[in-house]
Design a protein around this ligand. Sequence first.
Ligand code: F6R
Length: 283
Amino acid sequence: MWKLTIIKSCLIINRVKLTIRFNLLENLLVNNGGNMRFFLAKDTKEVNTIAYNLIRAEILRNPKIVLGLATGSTPLGLYKLMIEDCKRGNVSYKDVKTINLDEYIGLPDNHPQSYHTFMYENLFKDIDIDLKNTKIPNGNAKDLAKECADYTAYIDKYTPDIQLLGIGSNGHIAFNEPGTSFDATTHVVDLKESTIKDNSRFFDSIDDVPKQAITMGIADIMKAKMIILLATGTSKTDAVYNAVLGPISEDCPASALQLHNNVVVVADPNASFMVRTKGVNPQ
Ligand code: F6R
């Protein structure tokens, strides 16, 4: 695919040299100083296929891969592709380990909206993974501080080869809300009103949304060897712009990703709107 790529233009934004390339599939690739690749998918379906092709290639290369996983609506299509391909016998998860970003505090594991239930229902039950190899924070631990410290220790031992991320409309990654220190490891967070509102669509009422969660901190997320951030929908367009082209600031937790050396952002036309119209004006 790289061979099909021709360089169209270069520009300097915020001290970062961006090389914009258009390939024959009409995906735009923003190469942020060599660290961040930005795929403009033509639709949500292509977001999923681009992400899946990256993940599939890594699993085939290393069947004992550690995969960092996310919940939420964004990765659902990707998880469907993982299931379909596994059912066809093309990819096996029997030696794969997974580690999730976060979990609500106070919901029983079997609650319909717990992230334990989400992962089981939307992925684990339909692939050949050993559930013992899956790890999700325990939001009901008696000693939450110990749970957080143990989770960070687990990440240090089984560091994700790939960490999958969604992004909140306020720029959060996992449950690291604006203002969170980039140095934070796994910790307990009070969820912001905007996040409670975003997530209330999954609950009967906004009052049922838990107010706290355990989340991998940004320092833990940044340990992953490769990070794939998926973004779809208009509500994400400002957050994607700030993450990719905004200042590196705790005001936008996802902007920390500009400091990582191997990030792939895959966005649909709605989520990439600001990047395309405001950020990327070939000079
Ligand atoms: C989920 C997570 C969150 C979501 C984000 C986007 O594990 O960590 O950061 O990725 O809130 O959620 P959706 O995909 O539902 O828009």
